[in-house]
Design a protein around this ligand. Sequence first.
Ligand code: NAD
Length: 340
Amino acid sequence: GPADGTPSEDLREEYRNLADAIRAHRYAYYQENAPTVSDAEFDELFRRLETIEALHPELVSNDSPTQEVGGDVSSAFAPVEHLQRMYSIEDVFSLEELTVWLRRALAGIEQRSPGSSVRWLTELKIDGLAVNLLYRNGELVRAATRGDGVTGEDITHNVLTIASIPRQLSGDDVPEEVEVRGEVFIPSKDFAALNERMVAAGKAPFANPRNAAAGSLRQKDPALTAERPLDAYMHGIGARTGLTAEAQSETYELLRRWGLPVSPYSEVLDDEEAIVGFIERYGDKRHSLRHEIDGIVVKVDSFALQRALGHTSRVPRWCVAYKYPPEEVNTKLLDILVNV
Ligand code: NAD
């Protein structure tokens, strides 16, 4: 580029094209549940955009894909404003990047809250669709998709068809109001059978369990949703009144007691070594779990420290997703073909 460090016209054009491509891919993925590229390819485009922005911050506008939670709201559903915003998660793609992220988070905590000890709530990243459940005095009054993080789509009737999500919470300590966030998914054992049924009915099979979950949940007719093998695990809370807990792992205990489904795989870990052990363990058995995963999520467990770190317009600074390297199915297939 020009010697003064400003972006060249070529780079500006690449930047615009990248942003447009990312918007188009997001539309296909979130609105049509029909991705046009693989997640790994999408992640690479997104990363390239982030790199250009890091080198040339003057290019970043408020509507850059890096500043927004992807996922618009379809007019097929009534819009729902979340009481508290929903965010995406920052990705890292190697253990080295994870180390850098953890050090940065620890430094941020040390700066804002010196002497704190940090524990890491470590979870599987469920390959499903995010939902926001609003419970008032224990009753499910509304369920919505994440949408753009501010406004989601009203899918209450569809969510009520999911057997593991209670309409009424049980217990005498249910809060006055709580937004429970979680992931709706199709269990691995049911995914292949669902696709066989789709094909037998003359319909296109789903590309992956995430698209199957999204397509099943975002139906106009709840009777169709009811026929799909949907399940869910809760992994966070938003707005709350009358709920006191100091740490996210503590809320999981409460949610479980009230009858909500919570992942059995989560662990509270002390340090990076333990987190890496978790990543390795689940990397080996990622295809023999109840659901598909596309990585591991690591969260600062303490709510006070989460608040101390805060968030950007797109992601919390207290949470990161480690993505496993993409599996080279196509390359292997190619090898086989080449070797015949
Ligand atoms: P994301 O799906 O990578 O991460 C954020 C989401 O993870 C949260 O909203 C939450 O619903 C979910 N999640 C699952 N398990 C969780 C847990 N244990 N704790 C907390 N959250 C958990 O972020 P995103 O912004 O929705 O989308 C980016 C992802 O979607 C990338 O993986 C990208 O590859 C893919 N994508 C692909 C295309 C495509 O064209 N192929 C387009 C857009 C996005």
